[in-house]
Design a protein. Structure first.
Length: 81
């Protein structure tokens, strides 16, 4: 690598290296990475639910997701121990 040019590792390189760490170091790394993830905003959550609802509607319309009527669904839930 030429001097003064920063080396960047690919995702796969980082993952491969991280997986070789001892358990405690992997756990510390995982914790540090998780702390960098921001919780989604209410608007982002709403958008994600809209996407999921649209995805499920497409599956129903394509016949790839069975529809269960409300009363039957409630009955199934009541029957769960």
């Amino acid at each position: 690598m030429p001097e003064g040019v920063p080396y960047t590792m690919s995702f796969e390189d980082v993952k491969t290296q991280a997986l070789t760490l001892p358990l405690k170091e992997r756990a510390a790394l995982a914790e540090a990475l998780l702390k960098t993830l921001a919780a989604p905003s209410q608007e982002e959550l709403a958008a994600l639910w809209v996407e999921e609802a649209e995805r499920r509607l497409r599956l129903v319309e394509e016949g790839n997701l069975p529809v269960v009527m409300g009363e039957e669904a409630r009955g199934r839930v009541r029957d769960v121990p």
